[in-house]
Design a binder for this molecule. Sequence first.
Ligand SMILES: Cc1cc2nc3c(=O)[nH]c(=O)nc-3n(C[C@H](O)[C@H](O)[C@H](O)COP(=O)(O)OP(=O)(O)OC[C@H]3O[C@@H](n4cnc5c(N)ncnc54)[C@H](O)[C@@H]3O)c2cc1C
Length: 338
Amino acid sequence: MSISLKPFNTFGLQQNCLSLINVDTKSDLISTCDKLYKGDFPLLILGGGSNLIFTENYQGSVVKVSTKGIEITSDDTHYYLTVQAGENWHQLVEFCLARKIYGLENMALIPGTVGAAPIQNIGAYGVEFNLFCHQVEFWRLDTEQLITYSNEQCEFDYRESVFKQRLKNLAVITQVTLKLAKHWVPVINYGPLQHFDLATVTARDIFECVCHVRQAKLPDPTMLGNVGSFFKNPVIPVEHYNSLKASFSNLIAYEQADGQFKLAAGWLIDQAGLKGVKVGGAAVHQDQALVLVNLGNANGSDVCQLARKIINAVYDKFSVVLHPEPRVIGSQGEIDIK
Ligand SMILES: Cc1cc2nc3c(=O)[nH]c(=O)nc-3n(C[C@H](O)[C@H](O)[C@H](O)COP(=O)(O)OP(=O)(O)OC[C@H]3O[C@@H](n4cnc5c(N)ncnc54)[C@H](O)[C@@H]3O)c2cc1C
């Protein structure tokens, strides 16, 4: 049997898998993944498909996580929201806002599911998921245990967590518990939010501004297939930053707490002259150099070739290595674009 993955990935890549199973309860999620993990074929967990690039037909089973449910408790200082993995992230942000539970508004309109949010520690407009993560519950496939990790145990970093490292392909995230302060402190130090006044701004003001800017800046995947930012912003040592700054006075860089510098990957790609460049049906977006788009008939090989072209061109000009943000899936599982 062969099932099309095209409706299940926001880049709109036409690849098939052997089987696709939709699960809507936690116990089914665990028992289905458990059974498939012990079987003969590879297993892929799928949320909203907004961070996946399929390069070939996947010779395995895909489990689509559609589990739903949100429970709220609180103590004197915080709300605790325990959210099932298949809940939609943006709908969760709206759910919180409607109940006057604030903090997530800067991360409005990030596509995908709540269960995927810890994996790459999603973030936008000055905040990251780890600021609000209390616990992550997951089924560990190799040891057959339901485990709960604290925030620290998740080893969050910029677009990183233990689920992309030591527990890669071993953890099925079942639910996430968020911890949101009752005393809300707005975060408005990032780009388009800077015009707000700290004394008067509301969470809804931030939510609406973020939604407006994102809709104006980023292509809508239902109109033009994409996975958002295709590359992570590279972090380089101060010596490298100083030598680049001497050659490129308008270099965009942000100093990190450890003294290194984070560069804007979109700026590097733009400066390498790659905006609008195409390979087959894949292209660098005309306005957002960090976003690769599907012009309609892109296949996985087009995307990989384009990504390689960008990695090589940026390296040749700046001696900086770009790393893709989405997970790239070949016929047997995740592969590297080198
Ligand atoms: C237009 C656009 C804008 C975006 N903007 C942002 C942004 O601002 N910030 C940001 O951080 N990201 C952004 N992204 C990327 C994407 O939204 C996030 O990575 C999101 O968390 C992916 O969720 P998903 O459910 O679609 O995951 P999927 O793409 O379905 O899966 C991603 C990875 O997580 C694994 N996975 C998914 N669910 C589970 C689970 N329950 N248990 C175990 N493994 C699982 C999959 O196997 C896969 O490896 C953007 C994407 C798009 C298309």
